[in-house]
Design a protein around this ligand. Structure first.
Ligand SMILES: [Zn+2]
Length: 339
């Protein structure tokens, strides 16, 4: 979702309404299955700064899950949260992901490719160029349907691209695309050469231990290798406004960083943080949709009423660009380098 990608896109393009009804039912079944193992949830400290839960206050609740706000660094995190074993089984058995893989991804892949994955690959190519990074091996962690890996491979920026995808169905989809796939969790990946770059999009928020993940990326990377991450920004517009009603807040998202708390985590694992940006394109539209659906009332918010409803055609685009350019979008990127 590069800010400079040109063509704006709509949320409905990437989440076709006709399929999202069935998807909701499957997600509800997944959530029920997750909550049934509540006695195996564990309390954790802040995933960014390590402060204990005694330094946190309850931020919000959704699906009866508790999300805490770390008073030390401002990160929001689910605690107690599913243990690593519970999470493994959750994703392995997920009906929602099976449905995404069999229906939603195929139905929306063409749009996703053009609107999300190609700009994403171009953005990574630009970064590599700008930073003068090595171009031997790119490791894409959490490759999913493999569209980004395909696109970055097509650009020929790296000599080799490896897709790391531990979920069997998704790994099979990647393999069918002719990608080189390692079907293992990142902790167990062994490589013949250290990667020049590791990319991981919308994965960090799902992990039991983001710190363990970042440390693992650090140890795998070659010196001067770069790490490119994207995840939600808890200080972004739509999540700040919609709170628990935001789709960003869900049962799978355990960690909600913001630009400085994510930078703090990366730096504490040894990385030089080169930049954080918020190139999201959907905040304004998501809040507008919520308002039109009656999920949020803007009647006492004349400014937002005007920008998001009354003068949407002329003000919506510029407003979204303002959010993106000023660290105020809910979709965030971080780029870090191993010294
Ligand atoms: Zn913290």
């Amino acid at each position: 979702m590069s800010s400079g990608s040109g063509a704006a896109f709509s949320e409905t393009d990437i989440r076709p309404d006709a399929l999202m009804g069935e998807q909701s039912a499957r997600l509800a079944a997944d959530i029920e299955r997750l909550l049934a193992r509540r006695d195996e949830f564990v309390q954790v400290p802040c995933p960014a700064c390590g402060a204990g839960t005694e330094e946190a206050v309850q931020a919000l609740e959704k699906y009866t899950l508790t999300f805490l706000h770390c008073r030390r660094c401002g990160t929001m995190y689910m605690s107690p949260r599913p243990s690593p074993d519970v999470l493994d089984e959750y994703y392995r058995e997920s009906e929602n992901y099976a449905y995404w893989n069999s229906h939603i991804f195929p139905a929306s892949e063409d749009v996703r490719r053009v609107k999300i994955f190609r700009p994403r690959a171009e953005r990574v190519a630009d970064l590599v160029e700008r930073l003068g990074a090595e171009r031997r091996l790119l490791l894409e962690v959490g490759a999913g349907f493999g569209t980004f890996a395909e696109e970055i491979q097509r650009l020929g920026v790296f000599d080799q691209v490896i897709a790391v995808e531990p979920t069997p169905d998704l790994a099979a989809t990647c393999r069918a695309k002719g990608l080189e796939v390692v079907e293992l969790p990142i902790e167990r990946v062994e490589l013949e050469q250290p990667p020049s770059a590791v990319t991981s999009f919308e994965t960090l928020e799902h992990l039991f231990s983001p710190r363990a993940f970042v440390e693992r990326c650090f140890s795998l990377l070659a010196p001067k290798g770069i790490l490119v991450l994207s995840c939600p920004n808890i200080r972004g517009f739509d999540v700040s406004l919609l709170q628990a009603k935001s789709s960003v807040v869900d049962n799978e998202h355990l960690n909600y960083f913001h630009p400085s708390s994510l930078s703090g985590l990366l730096a504490s694992c040894g990385f030089d943080v080169l930049e954080t940006t918020t190139p999201g394109e959907l905040d304004a539209e998501l809040v507008r949709k919520a308002a039109l659906a009656g999920e949020v009332d803007l009647a006492r918010q004349p400014f937002l009423q005007r920008v998001l409803l009354d003068e949407w055609e002329s003000l919506g685009g510029p407003f979204q660009r303002f959010l993106a350019q000023n660290g105020l979008s809910t979709h965030m990127w971080a780029v870090a380098q191993k010294p």
